[in-house]
Design a protein around this ligand. Structure first.
Ligand code: DAH
Length: 315
């Protein structure tokens, strides 16, 4: 009997044998009924067998149930593609995506990425940049002043000051971040992003500046014949100062960035000797570059956080 139980392979057969053993007319039931006429040893033997058989049935039943469950699981393989609603997978925001490109290019030129605080003190945002109080150039930027005299950073140029103060020369860095000014229309918002490049060393010239900017723009926009226009300009922190325009799709000129040779006063303010070191700086609207590259035309929409707009714009 014990062997027979172990060999049974279906729950139905096991159930049938159980009934034949312990059911109303079962073999064990019959023997238990006869026990009263037997001596103690014989009774004990039957009792033992009774307990043992019940235990064996239980064990075999558990084994078979387990096997049935495993077989079921094997059969019902999970098809994760079945009836799956399309997911809205996240993508990088145009600003982030363009930063990946911009930083990748500048880093390949040897520039190191820096950030700085968005709430700046007067020194880093203006004074050290050769823009002392009452300097008319402060009017070029509609500054948000805080009550304690600090400002919302109006330009990432502040980061170049911090980097030179910290690291001295030679230095090759770019600063990235949000900047703030009181303006609002389709192409200007109170918050926008700038990127600032700085390269200070012993023999850096304007030709290096134009070379780096040109190569950067070629790679960023993925174009080979790039037409640039260099115009003289004025910034307090550069001398000479220039503005760089780019011919867009063979048609109109776009103003892309301000640049120039870093003013000796700026170097002095950062404890760098202008007799020994010189270099260039350039600054541009990062959002604008992203908008040009991806064909977007409303700066404000970029920061509305409206996923439908971003999706529509291909993000
Ligand atoms: N800070 C200037 C602005 O916000 C842009 C700029 C111009 C940065 C010339 C520079 C530079 O580093 O050399 O308008």
């Amino acid at each position: 009997m014990q062997e027979q139980i172990k060999k049974i392979n279906t729950l139905e057969e096991l159930q049938a044998l159980y009934t034949a053993t312990f059911g109303k007319n079962g073999t064990m039931t019959a023997r238990l009924k006869e026990m009263k006429n037997m001596d103690n040893d014989a009774r004990a033997a039957i009792n033992r067998e009774n307990v043992e058989l019940r235990e064996l049935f239980k064990i075999r039943q558990a084994e078979l149930e387990n096997a049935a469950m495993m077989a079921g699981l094997q059969k019902q393989k999970l098809d994760v593609s079945l009836n799956k609603e399309p997911e809205n997978a996240g993508t990088l925001h145009p600003i982030t995506r363009s930063l990946v490109d911009i930083a990748g290019i500048l880093e390949s030129f040897g520039y190191e990425m820096w950030t700085g605080p968005e709430i700046e003190d007067d020194w880093h945002n203006f004074t050290a940049l050769n823009t002392p109080e009452y300097h008319p150039a402060r009017d070029m930027q509609d500054t948000f002043f805080l009550e304690n005299g600090n400002v919302m950073r109006t330009q990432t140029s502040a980061i170049q000051i911090r980097s030179m103060e910290k690291k001295g020369a030679p230095i090759k860095m770019f600063g990235i971040g949000a900047t703030y000014r009181k303006e609002m229309d389709a192409t200007h918002g109170p918050m926008f992003h700038q990127i600032e490049g700085l390269y200070i060393d012993k023999n850096v010239t304007m030709a290096d500046l134009i070379g780096d900017v040109k190569e950067f723009l070629k790679r960023f926009f993925n174009i080979n014949d790039l037409e640039l226009r260099i115009r003289p300009s004025y910034f307090p922190f550069t001398e000479p100062s220039i503005e760089i325009d780019m011919k867009w799709q063979g048609k109109k000129w776009l103003e892309l960035m301000g640049a120039g040779m870093v003013h000796p006063n700026v170097l002095r303010n950062c404890n760098i000797n202008p007799e020994e070191y010189q270099g260039f700086a350039f600054g541009f609207g990062w959002d604008r570059l992203a908008m040009l590259k991806y064909g977007l035309n409303d700066l404000r929409k970029m920061f509305d956080g409206d996923v439908r707009w971003l999706k529509n714009a291909g993000f």
